[in-house]
Design a protein around this ligand. Structure first.
Ligand code: DQA
Length: 147
């Protein structure tokens, strides 16, 4: 099983960025954390980060026929991007939405998620662990699709 993890804008600045909200661990630690979990589960993973909406759309489109599922933290684009939603709908791969923070308990504008409309599950507010929860959810999805 092959999974693509996509991280949106400013997640590359983890550790530096509002550490009281997003924690002190940096982006490289997040990637290592996800990779370790995927290795344990026997899942092949690629991790992509971009600050650009179009690059994220391109990554989702490029996943078609290559990956079995997508784990996506669209970051600020969660709350604005119909283009990312449409790309997810277009490729129709199993997808899980992740947020480090609990977006529902923050500002009102963070309660809106376009991407969620094309995601089978959301893991919000679990920090790094949310990515592993999303990987496990995808694993179960893909196993049940192939049964
Ligand atoms: C985020 C939450 C978003 O509202 C915010 O814009 C981010 C990160 C999270 O992981 O908690 O950049 O997606």
């Amino acid at each position: 099983m092959k999974i693509l993890v996509i991280n949106g804008p400013n997640l590359n600045l983890l550790g530096l960025r509002e550490p009281e909200i997003y924690g002190k661990e940096d982006y490289a630690s997040l990637c290592a954390y996800i990779e370790a979990h995927c290795a344990e589960r026997g899942v092949e993973v690629s991790i992509f980060q971009s600050n650009h909406e179009g690059a994220i759309v391109d990554a989702i489109q490029g996943a078609y026929g290559v990956y079995d599922g997508i784990v996506l933290n669209p970051a600020a684009y969660t709350h604005t991007s119909v283009a990312i939603l449409d790309a997810l709908k277009a490729v129709n791969l199993p997808a899980a939405e992740v947020h480090l923070t609990d977006v529902n308990s923050r500002e009102d504008f963070r309660k809106i998620s376009y991407a969620r409309l094309a995601c089978g599950a959301t893991f919000s507010g679990y920090g790094f662990k949310g990515y592993n929860m999303a990987v496990d959810w995808l694993l179960n999805q893909v196993i049940s699709i192939n049964e």
